[in-house]
Design a protein around this ligand. Sequence first.
Ligand code: PG9
Length: 622
Amino acid sequence: ASCNAVALAQAPPNQGPPGDIPDHFARPVAQDDYVRRIEMIPMRDGVRLYTVIVIPKAAQGAPIVLTRTPYDAHKAAADSDSPLMTEVLRRGDEELAQAGYIRVYQDVRGKYRSQGVYEMTRPPRGPLNASATDDTTDAWDTIDWLVKHVPQSNGRVGMIGSSYEGWTVVMALLHPHPALKAAVPESPMVDGWMGDDWFHYGAFRVPNYDYIAEQTEQKGDGDGVPRAQYDDYTTFLEAGAVGAYANAAGLDQLGWSRKLQAHPAYDSFWQDQALDRLVAQHPSDVPTMWEQGMWDQEDMWGANHSFAALKRAGHEGNNWLVIGPWFHSQVGADGRSLGPLLWQGDTAQQFRRDMVLPFFREHLQDGPPANLPRVNFYEPALNHWQSYPDWPAAQASTPLYLRDGYALSFHKPAAAGSDSYVSDPARPVPFEPRPARFDDRAAWRTWLVHDQRFVDGRPDVLTYRSAVLDKPIKLAGAPIADIVESTTGTDTDVVVKLIDVFPGQVRAQPGMGGYELPIGTDILRGRYAHGFTTPSPIVAGQPQHYRFTLPNVNYTILPGHRIMVQLQSTLFPLYDRNPQTYVASMFEAKPSDYRAATITVQHAPDAASAVWLPVVKDAAIK
Ligand code: PG9
């Protein structure tokens, strides 16, 4: 037996009967209606990027539409094994494939099959990137190669992509290749501290840790962080400060996790890579359609702030804005509903077919002018698209005051009043009903429209209601929260939710009876009330203003509905807990720093708390 074992061990591996698995299997492609080319496109520093070029077999003089991705270019162009291009590409590419466009996906440097080193949303060349390349040069070099090496193309390129892929579109705009003729950044990640993925006004978003692990544990797919508990609420409550959690999970080995912990405030690290600032400093001539969802649970900031920054810089002319009734990246999927909210048809397809395609046809093919309105914003309450020549259509100049008796009124309080609650970090308010699970995609995509009755009875959630409206109130712009409150602690978070309360019964959809639909939710970390760059402790017991802008709305509160405002101090575990005791960095808070505090919200003539609404005066409601 031992002789046989030696003989087996010494046998060359390729001897013996031929196996059933060939060295290489070539799938016959004759029946396909497309050709797939795989290229390693060289960048100016010699690094080669993996690029999938999907070309309709009949293509001649066709435009190219490029997406640069950290999410696996191979997978993006291999949705099924169908011989049809419409089936092989992602769902959101269907209209482009039908139009006969050449579709290109490329792995950004350092991810999946591309060479080079990966850095999360790699900052542009400058103070944060001393090298000679960034995603602006990589886009430039790619487009240059494509127009020279894809003979079926007409030499014109459009770029499109959502979220991180939207960020790569915006990076390309900082110094665009002359062949880049149209751009569609969809819910682009633009300012990760102010209101996109990593923080909102300084409050840290905990699900990032799974994302960072998945994206940066290795070049390919990483795993999320393993959990000992089913309920993420329990996991993060038991974990204490998020920095300790991250380190215990080994995430201190990951560069981006370390960078987040090193930059909790809005310092030059964030400012110098905030793309809304940068696009306004380097405005391009490329026609650009900025898109985002009204309930975008990941990147609520980027598109509308980039559009606004370009407008302030005098460059509105070649920029358009579209805001649909969508969760993050829903534009690439089915847009017929969001949670229980049902729309008129597939609003995402309407965007792709009636806005993006005409826009590309005009700029990539000399098609007829798309004649798109400057701003297209879906009106969820009226259930149709509305167009505007400019945005915002109204400034937040109508204060809706908090009043005694948990009331809301357009009249300022006449007498002093206040309401108090105890915010206890040991019992934070959940952001979605428990068990809270970050990996429950359906719950994650819809938490911003979740019926807030699940928390409005909690003693640590203040709920203010208007009278039942007898007339519609039309909002078109970004509301501003201005809350005057004190805390017995030395730090606090302020969460404000603007809510449309449906009538008690809704004949057409009984489940919507009494529904408390948030139309704008956000959080401010109190230590930044006096400036985002430098935090400062709050003076215990002293009322102060917390003023911050809520997400854009285009929304009519209808007769029979009420307006509601809810105030609370936690949205857990989506946002890490504020210990309510001032510490240098919340990533490193100690268990003893987490203390209950009493929050007192003022509604007095000289200390009036309000949400300032962008009311369209005398709006004809249609
Ligand atoms: N929101 C995701 C992301 C973008 C950029 C950085 C980190 C995360 C995304 O959907 O791509």
